[in-house]
Design a protein around this ligand. Structure first.
Ligand SMILES: [Cu+2]
Length: 306
C-alpha cells in the first residue's frame, strides 16, 4: 500500500516536471527566435512572464493543468476498470447496494480539498490584480481604444499620441512591409504587432493603466505582463503592471470591435530609466500638450467622451 502511494506521488511529480520542462524548452526556443514578448508558432504555454503578476498567473495555470490531468487520468482509469470488471459477462449477478457512507464522504471531501487548493492562489492573485489601495503607481498612462487604433496619454507628463499598426493595409508580407518594420526597428515576426509609436515605460516601475474607448468596446492587453482590461466608452477601467525585464512586448485588441479589429496592436517598450528620460524629452517635443490647442483633434474628442 505504502509503496503504491509513493509510486502514485512520484508519477504526479513526474508529470509536474514534464510540464515545467516543456515550458523551459519553449522559453529557450522563443528567446532564440527573438520572439520575447510575442507568441510563436506551435506555442504550447503562455509567453515568458515579464512581471511577477504573470509569473503567478503561469504558476496557477500550471497547478490547475496538473490537477486537471490527474483527475482526468483517475476518472479514465476508473471508467476502464468499471467497463472491464462490471460488464454483464464478467459480473453476471451485480450487487444491489445503493449507499456507502465512506465512499460518499471521500468523494465529497476530496473535491472540497482540491477546490480549496485551487482557491487559495486564485483569490490571492485576484487580490493582487484588483486591490488598487495597495498599488502605488509611479506612472499613469491612459489608453483609449478607437476604431481601429489606440491613443495614449501620459497625463502627468502632458504627452498624447496615437499608435497605428505598421504595414497596415497589406494582405500579406512583402518588401514594403519589411521595409517599414525595419525602419522602425522591428523584426519581420512583429508584423501585425508593431506600431509606429510605442508605449514606453521604465523598468521596475509600477504603471497604472487607465483604459477607455471612444466608440465601441475594445480591450487592452499585454500577455507577458498578465494584464487585460476592457476599454468601454464612458467608463475608465484600470489595471497595473510592474515590468521587470527590458524588451518590447506586444498585445492585440482583445474585444471584437469591427472590421479592423485584428489591426490595432499594442506595443510596449520597457527601457532603462535613462532611456526613458531621453525618450520623454523627445516625446514632449513631438507629442507635448503643454501649450493648449496642440492636442490632435481625434484625441481631444476622446477626452470629452469620458
Ligand atoms: Cu478590437
Amino acid at each position: 500500500m505504502k509503496s503504491g502511494v509513493i509510486k502514485c506521488w512520484s508519477r504526479v511529480f513526474g508529470l509536474a516536471a514534464l510540464v515545467a520542462g516543456a515550458s523551459a524548452l519553449q522559453a529557450a526556443a522563443q528567446s532564440e527566435e527573438g520572439r520575447v514578448g510575442q507568441s510563436a508558432p506551435w506555442q504550447l504555454n503562455f509567453q515568458e512572464p515579464a512581471t511577477q503578476m504573470m509569473a503567478q498567473i503561469t504558476d496557477l495555470h500550471q497547478l490547475m493543468l496538473l490537477i486537471m490531468a490527474v483527475v482526468s487520468v483517475f476518472v479514465m482509469v476508473l471508467l476502464v476498470i468499471v467497463i472491464m470488471r462490471f460488464n454483464r459477462k464478467a459480473n453476471p449477478t451485480p450487487s444491489k447496494f445503493t449507499h456507502n457512507s465512506l465512499l460518499e464522504f471521500v468523494w465529497t471531501a476530496v473535491p472540497v480539498v482540491i477546490l480549496v487548493i485551487i482557491a487559495i492562489p486564485s483569490v490571492r492573485l485576484l487580490q493582487l490584480q484588483e486591490d488598487f489601495d495597495k498599488v502605488e503607481p509611479d506612472l499613469v498612462i491612459k489608453a483609449t481604444g478607437y476604431q481601429w487604433y489606440w491613443g495614449y496619454e501620459y497625463p502627468d507628463q502632458q504627452i498624447e499620441f496615437e499608435s497605428l499598426m505598421l504595414g497596415l493595409g497589406y494582405p500579406e508580407m512583402n518588401d514594403e512591409v519589411r521595409e517599414e518594420l525595419a525602419e522602425y526597428g522591428y523584426p519581420e515576426t512583429a508584423w501585425k504587432l508593431a506600431t509606429d509609436t510605442a508605449v514606453v515605460v521604465p523598468i521596475d516601475t509600477t504603471v497604472l493603466m487607465q483604459v477607455t474607448a471612444a466608440d465601441v468596446i475594445h480591450a487592452w492587453t499585454i500577455p507577458a505582463f498578465g494584464v487585460k482590461v476592457d476599454a468601454i466608452p464612458g467608463r475608465l477601467n484600470q489595471t497595473w503592471f510592474h515590468a521587470e525585464q527590458i524588451g518590447t512586448f506586444y498585445g492585440q485588441c482583445s474585444e471584437l470591435c469591427g472590421k479592423n479589429h485584428s489591426y490595432m496592436p499594442i506595443t510596449v517598450k520597457v527601457v532603462s530609466q535613462e532611456d526613458y528620460d531621453a525618450w520623454l524629452e523627445e516625446a514632449k517635443e513631438e507629442f507635448g500638450t503643454a501649450d493648449a490647442g496642440a492636442a490632435p483633434a481625434k484625441v481631444a474628442t476622446a477626452t470629452t467622451a469620458n
